[in-house]
Design a protein around this ligand. Structure first.
Ligand SMILES: *[C@@H]1O[C@H](CO)[C@@H](O)[C@H](O)[C@H]1NC(C)=O
Ligand SMILES: *[C@@H]1O[C@H](CO)[C@@H](O)[C@H](O)[C@H]1NC(C)=O
Ligand SMILES: *[C@@H]1O[C@H](CO)[C@@H](O)[C@H](O)[C@H]1NC(C)=O
Length: 184
């Protein structure tokens, strides 16, 4: 009887700790290929058939303002440290096996109208990474967009902004993007 109670209490507490986020899951790289996260949106009535393969985080700064550039650089270093982030390879866009980072851009690039740095974010790290950005973004504006293989819709329509909204150059975005071999 006592044993049963101990076991039930143990499982209850463990599940609770995961549920409220006190235990942060640290997947080894290989496990990310067989992520348990499934995020497959299908609403046939609306004619939608959307799969989110990942997210990107883009953090913006006024590249001519030294203080803001420093703040962006500090936040970036802190993020890369916290999540142990390596550089992205060329194919990292819609789907990659692992969280990774792009360059620190001190000028507008692609659709991004001011200085920016970016992160490729696997779905399974969404909550930790977005919570981190929510707490530490400071004075910086942040774009968080899903990747469904349709860059224009993903950036311009289905994205989230933190702090303020910047005008992205939609002409720099393609309607569709190749979806590499993946497993979600
Ligand atoms: C949804 O999209 C996928 C991939 O583009 C396709 O294979 C599938 O047939 C589509 N399903 C529906 C119900 O349209
Ligand atoms: C930038 O930071 C310096 C101190 O490092 C401060 O003196 C200056 O007022 C700041 N500039 C702005 C625009 O906040
Ligand atoms: C945000 O900007 C203000 C005013 O320039 C500055 O005092 C503050 O330190 C900045 N916040 C961070 C997190 O750098």
């Amino acid at each position: 009887m006592l044993n049963k109670f101990v076991i039930v209490t143990f499982f209850y507490c463990t599940i609770n700790l995961y549920a409220v986020g006190h235990i942060i899951r640290q997947d080894p790289i290989d496990d990310l290929f067989i992520s348990p996260v499934k995020f497959d949106l299908k609403h046939t009535q609306l004619g939608d058939n959307i799969t989110y393969y990942s997210y990107h985080i883009h953090v913006y700064f006024l590249q001519q303002n030294v203080n803001q550039t420093n703040e962006a650089n500090l936040l970036r270093n802190r993020f890369l440290d916290e999540f142990n982030v390596d550089a992205c390879n060329d194919e990292c866009d819609t789907w990659c096996p692992k969280i990774c980072h792009w360059e620190f851009n001190q000028a507008p690039i692609g659709p991004h109208p001011i200085g920016s740095w970016g992160i490729y974010l696997p779905l399974e790290q969404f909550i930790e990474a977005v919570s981190f950005i929510s707490i530490y973004h400071g004075n910086l504006t942040v774009l968080l967009h899903p990747n469904s293989g349709r860059p224009k819709i993903d950036h311009l329509l289905n994205a989230f902004w933190i702090k303020t909204l910047l005008p992205l150059d939609g002409d720099q975005l393609t309607d569709t993007a190749p979806i590499p071999p993946h497993q979600i």
